[in-house]
Design a protein around this ligand. Structure first.
Ligand code: HOZ
Length: 429
């Protein structure tokens, strides 16, 4: 595989950009490679600067549920751009996307647009602190809520991948307000509430964690979080940046029949452009400035391009049968993928739901941070390199998740399985 052009660009990038990348998870460090520079993408395929083409299971880390450069999304962005890229003033397109989100989420009466999941999560926590008059928050080890200070403590995604789960630069005085529980472990949550209950502003959780690899909630776990936070007067925040509009037209909360007080969104709601949002009960959201006094702002928030891309995408997701088809297709793919590993007697665990999955190099049940980090990351890195070599692009870390998009058709799936089989042969040798 030729990678000379990517290598040259990487060398150049490192002169001007820390580590040569604008987000650490892209650096390929954990898989012992240098990053690929991508020049174009369409449907479920991406093409690097050396003209290698890959079947893509990253989908820009989640937003591209319709595939790359979907014509209707591109058309919506082009149309909006012709009328101006940013006004720094209200526009009708913001109302349209906000309306679509509130209609899809019974727990969201009002929503505020921002530019990323990070911004949405940090704003939601500020709001929860203001609403409750308390400082502490509870998060789960291995969950990731963006890179703001309160969350860079025992966090997932790029931090687990680099083996440093907390970041220097977070003041100790702030870090002590973040209490860390274990996902799927009710007693770890109960202990924290028993010790600090009346000081806890909010529990924040990815209802289906995707940043320690994909982990599924055990029966009753999320319900327990709803109950205990209510009992102590704390807010429950679902971070549905990944799961929002990924599994159904709404959030995982709709499927679970739960109503968090606040919800954090990103990825799919921007149709591939930078968008985040946080929303929830009207009485809480009305505390946000200028309706209330909790300050939060942004020059590009609600910009017409991102709003148009998001709304165009959501309109397509609303079509009957969309999510059923995605789940069915993924189910079939996972079944065949499992068979390939079984045939070669390679122990893996594949966690999956809807169109999301992670292949864990482990023979254990993976249900939390501890079990996720016990996986064989060296084997994963070998697997990644073999897949890449055969033209399959998955996230370059054991602790992320892969996505299937609507653009992966039957032939792409078949092709991906064939290439994976060849990759596993390489891995065996
Ligand atoms: N947070 C995403 C990983 N689950 C990817 C975005 C990034 O960190 O670059």
């Amino acid at each position: 595989m030729k990678t000379g052009n990517s290598a040259k660009l990487f060398e150049e990038a490192q002169k001007y950009i820390p580590g040569g990348v604008n987000s650490p998870v892209r650096a390929f460090k954990a898989v012992g490679l240098e990053p690929l520079f991508i020049k174009k993408a369409y449907g479920c395929r991406i093409v690097d600067e050396d003209d290698n083409e890959y079947i893509d299971f990253v989908g820009s880390w989640g937003p591209l549920i319709l595939g790359h450069a979907h014509p209707r999304v591109v058309e919506a962005v082009e149309g909006a751009a012709r009328k101006g890229t940013s006004f720094g003033a209200p526009c009708a397109a913001e109302i349209e996307l906000a309306r679509m989100i509130t209609e899809a989420f019974p727990a969201i009466d009002m929503v505020r647009m921002v530019n990323s999941g990070t911004e949405a999560a940090l704003s939601a926590i500020r709001l929860a602190r203001a609403y409750t008059g308390r400082d502490k928050i509870v998060k789960f080890e291995g969950c990731y809520h963006g890179h703001s200070d309160s969350f860079l403590i025992k966090a997932g995604s790029g931090l687990i991948t680099a083996g440093v789960t907390s970041s220097p630069g977070v003041p100790e005085d702030l870090a002590r307000h973040t209490l860390v529980a274990q996902y799927n472990d009710k007693s770890s949550v109960e202990k924290i509430f028993a010790a600090y209950g009346k000081e806890i502003a909010a529990v924040i959780v990815e209802p289906i964690p995707g940043n320690m690899g994909l982990v599924l909630p055990e029966e009753g776990f999320l319900e327990m979080l709803r109950g205990i936070s209510e009992n102590y007067g704390s807010l429950l925040i679902f971070d549905e940046v990944i799961t929002g509009f990924r599994l159904n037209y709404g959030g995982y909360q709709n499927m679970a029949g739960l109503k968090p007080d606040l919800t954090v969104l990103g990825k799919i709601i921007g149709g591939g452009l930078p968008v985040g949002a946080y929303g929830g009960r009207r009485e809480i959201m009305n505390m946000v400035a200028p309706a209330g006094e909790v300050y939060q702002a942004g020059t590009l928030s609600g910009n017409p391009l991102a709003m148009a891309a998001g709304a165009a995408g959501l309109q397509m997701l609303k079509a009957g049968g969309f999510y059923e088809k995605m789940a069915e297709k993924t189910q079939l793919y996972i079944k065949e993928l499992k068979n390939l590993f079984v045939k070669r007697k390679m122990p893996v665990v594949i966690n999956h739901i809807g169109s999301m999955f992670t292949v864990f190099f482990s023979d254990k049940y993976i249900n939390n941070y501890q079990s996720a980090v016990s996986c064989d990351t060296v084997k994963f890195a070998d697997y990644f390199r073999c897949l890449l070599n055969k033209g399959i692009y998955i996230p370059p870390s054991q602790f992320e998740l892969s996505f299937i998009s609507a653009a992966h058709d039957g032939e792409d799936i078949e092709e991906a399985l064939k290439r994976t089989e060849q990759a596993l042969k390489l891995l065996d040798n």
